[in-house]
Design a binder for this molecule. Structure first.
Ligand code: ARG
Length: 587
């Protein structure tokens, strides 16, 4: 429970007692922190239905809600707001409870049902692009915050490992090394265990073969044929494909480890291959699909559509299947896994694809009507040129390059700020790695998810402003305050009523935690966490300036302040962890 919900209950009761709907009781943080801490605008909303003056209603509510132990001030203001200030006793009691609660007042979600989060989504042998990076950062933060909020979460990278690009790579591999045993239709193994190509080879082969198949329809046909035969199980192709898969998996796993992003499942499009045929049979039998020139399609248009939703193509006339088909079969698999809600954290440009797949799933009964299927879209991270960011030629983003770039920049910033200069080299590098990732992650997650933004290395790595490094520096400073206190034999004690504005403001800030978690979950929007972490650090810095902890003479007050410092650090650590950001011990 948060202070806001506690107050909303009290105000709801008051509205009910005067014969009005308790929904008017909603309390929010004050728009005017100089005048009040919280406010309730219910009287204004209730006035016309009640046929009464809002100020009059507000007056009645104030009389009902009045409780001197809780409210220092309740006053009717302007056209009929109620301004609210809490007593310092009440606030201190609240903070004391928060301090002993690992959830900081957040009540865990309890309903059962698994939430599957589909994010990352890189493709075998293809270089990543910014869409994959953003998906990884946003998806990872969401899996962390949903887990914290009490949901049973399963995350799946949904590797792109089964489309036309696989057939293209096969024909390219044959063009380059025609003597390999994988291409001989009369051979069925055993095949060599060492991969014939490295990831670098594959990433260079891929654009080469796409160019070739674009220019030459005969080559495009060969690639399609190879994809079809791969899907139908030709042993040599399967064995070669497995090499492609392994090589890609190993390198991407390393990259994601460096990024601090983990997935429960490394499923991919290929995982559901065996489900496709039976699923298509069921769909055919159920009458949910139509055959059109040998192709199987599902009509999806609805009369109320504002924009045209084209049919979903399930199989081509040659029997080969597509991205939408594996996505549908993946839903079939997720239903069997007991998933009640699936979130797809994917580039906004795939909105229509998901609209089609989700409709098809519900329409054909692949997904029960109760299953929630939701696309969680996001905008683009652009480079300084205004185009999607890349670290190499050809629109390519290499995750390890990018991590290297932010780490280098962080190291430079640390030097400029004369931080960590005399630490052992290994520690300095570790700090730079953490600062770099914080810069990258916070630079991304602090934006509204659906907006485009510009990757601005200078700004993101700065120790000033709303940045990851600023937050890390703030957190590290809090650690050092607690260390210094411990050296002076001082430790956190129980929280007593505040006497200073900056102290009260920090306390109020810390009570907001549960709402921020719930809002982040509800809107699938980590920027609320990012914003709040910044507010906490800012409130802490003001508090620290106003309250001279180490020289305070009143021992109880000093211990209480250290209690607040300690609580701030724990909560901030949690908030940053929910953003995927790690705090170094010192800087
Ligand atoms: N591999 C896809 C891409 O690169 C993203 C996968 C998203 N997830 C899904 N279930 N389709 O565009």
């Amino acid at each position: 429970m948060s202070v806001i919900s506690e107050l909303s209950v009290r105000f709801g009761d008051a509205f009910e007692k005067i014969g009005l709907d308790r929904a008017y009781g909603g309390v929010t943080m004050s728009d005017r922190p100089d005048l009040a801490q919280f406010q309730n605008n219910g009287a204004l909303a209730a006035a016309s239905a009640a046929g009464r003056q809002p100020r009059e209603i507000a007056g009645d509510v104030v009389r009902q809600v009045s409780d001197p132990a809780v409210f220092f001030e309740l006053s009717v203001a302007g056209p009929g707001f109620v301004n609210i200030r809490l007593t310092d006793d009440f606030l201190a009691g609240w903070l004391a409870d928060l301090s002993g609660d690992e959830r900081y007042g957040h009540r865990p979600h309890t309903a059962d049902g698994k939430v599957l989060i589909d994010f990352g989504g890189p493709n075998v042998a293809k270089a990543m692009h910014v869409g994959h990076l953003r998906s990884s950062l946003i998806g990872d933060s969401l899996q962390r915050v949903f887990r914290f909020a009490g949901y049973e979460v399963v995350s799946d990278i949904h590797f792109g490992d089964w489309g036309t690009q696989m057939g293209q790579l096969i024909i390219e591999a044959q063009a380059r090394k025609p003597d390999l045993p994988y291409f001989d239709p009369d051979q069925s193994g055993p095949y060599p265990t060492d991969p014939p190509f490295t990831l670098d080879n594959l990433q260079e082969m891929y654009p080469a073969v796409t160019a070739r198949t674009k220019a030459d329809p005969a080559e495009a046909d060969r690639a399609r044929q190879a994809t079809l035969e791969l899907q139908q199980g030709r042993p040599g192709y399967r064995a070669l494909w497995q090499h492609f898969w392994d090589v890609s998996h190993d390198s991407q796993k390393r990259d994601f480890d460096q990024l601090g992003v983990a997935f429960d499942l490394w499923h991919g499009e290929s995982t559901v291959h065996d489900r496709v045929a039976p699923m298509l049979d069921k769909i055919r039998d159920g009458g949910g699909a139509t055959e059109d020139a040998g192709a199987l399609i599902i009509e999806l248009a609805e009369p109320e559509d504002a924009k045209e939703v084209p049919p979903l193509l399930l199989t081509k006339s040659d029997g080969g299947y597509l991205y939408g088909t594996t996505d549908l079969a993946t839903i079939d698999n997720r239903v069997d896994m007991g998933v009640g809600e699936a979130l797809y954290v994917v580039d906004a440009r795939q909105a229509l694809h998901f609209e089609q797949v989700f409709r098809a799933a519900h329409k054909t009964g692949v997904a029960p009507q109760t299953m929630v299927l939701e696309h969680v879209p996001f905008g683009t991270m652009n480079g300084p040129d205004g185009k999607p960011f890349k670290t190499r030629e050809g629109g390519v983003l290499r995750l390890d390059d990018l991590i290297g770039v932010v780490r280098e920049a962080a190291l430079k910033r640390l030097e400029e700020a004369e931080l960590a200069t005399d630490y052992p080299e290994a520690e300095r590098l570790d700090i730079a790695a953490k600062v770099g990732l914080a810069a990258l992650k916070y630079g991304d997650l602090s934006n509204n998810r659906v907006s485009n933004y510009t990757f601005d290395l200078e700004r993101f790595t700065s120790f000033e402003g709303k940045t990851g490094p600023y937050l890390l520096y703030g957190a590290v400073r809090i650690k050092s305050i607690l260390r210094k206190a411990a050296e002076a034999d001082l430790g956190p004690g129980s929280i007593v009523p505040s006497t200073k504005d900056a102290e009260r403001a920090l306390m109020l800030e810390l009570t907001r935690f549960p709402e921020v978690i719930d809002r982040t979950v509800e809107l699938r929007a980590p920027n609320h966490l990012a914003e709040y972490a910044y507010d906490v650090v800012t409130a802490f810095n003001r508090f620290y300036e106003a309250c001279h902890i180490l020289t305070e003479e009143d021992a109880a007050r000093q211990a209480s302040w250290l209690g607040l410092v300690d609580l701030t650090l724990r909560m901030l650590t949690r908030l940053l962890d929910l953003l995927g950001i790690e705090i170094p011990e010192r800087m």
